[in-house]
Write a new protein. Structure first.
Length: 227
């Protein structure tokens, strides 16, 4: 049986990375880039104005113990508060759905689905929280500005409290619009994962039904252990 440990750092990265529009071409970096706290305030304001978004996604995960990079492709959608839907495939499929109350991780090839309360998977101090409306970046992370290149500002985020799968998160922020144009996360084991989003659409009024999950016939439901 495959490991059912929830890939929190991957989903966390997705929620941090999605942005309002696409970046194109090189943009000038301000002569004096804003301080880290000013960048965070601008990014937070950008996402406070986002109610939902969706797009295509490419996930690249470097697994240290296997010495390989695993690539998966699929679609993703988010809606405040706490709703999300991932559909990824790299041979096998994985579907992750949350309606804000219950989180489901479904692997069709295993004929099993893992169910857990949303609140037990994510707290206000996890990286996903600022887009789901639960938390704020500045309240939950130590933020450092690491420099600028090709029209992008690089931020390093470390949780103020240890958060299991989440070690360090890096954000690349467009120096003009303050959209997040790239991100990477490293877990405590040294594994790194990054996501690339394409065809991102923002504030479409996504239906709540997109974030509902019905257990298919013949599929076993497993309850996640409570910590």
């Amino acid at each position: 049986m495959r490991n059912w440990k929830f890939p929190c750092f991957v989903v966390a990265l997705g929620l941090m990375l999605v942005r309002a529009g696409s970046a194109s071409g090189e943009r000038a970096i301000p002569a004096t880039p804003p301080a880290a706290d000013a960048i965070v305030q601008a990014v937070q304001a950008r996402y406070d104005a986002t109610t939902d978004l969706s797009g295509d996604v490419i996930q690249e995960t470097n697994v240290v113990r296997l010495n390989k990079t695993i690539v998966a492709r699929g679609t993703v959608a988010f809606k405040k508060p706490g709703k999300m839907r991932w559909e990824l495939a790299n041979g096998d499929r994985e579907i992750i759905v949350s309606d804000g109350k219950t989180l489901w991780i479904y692997r069709p090839e295993d004929q099993q689905v893992l169910r857990m309360p949303f609140d037990s998977a994510f707290r206000s101090s996890t990286p996903i929280s600022f887009l789901t409306g639960v938390g704020k970046i500045a309240e939950n992370f130590r933020v450092a500005f690491e420099g600028a290149e090709d029209g992008r500002l690089r931020l390093r985020l470390e949780p103020k409290r240890p958060e299991g799968d989440v070690g360090v998160l890096w954000l690349l922020v467009d120096a003009t619009s303050f959209d997040i144009v790239g991100a990477e996360v490293q877990d405590p084991l040294g594994n790194r994962s990054k996501l690339t989003f394409q065809n991102v659409r923002r504030n479409q009024g996504l239906s709540d039904t997109l974030f509902e999950f019905a257990v298919p016939a013949g599929v076993d439901v497993l309850e996640a252990p409570r910590e």
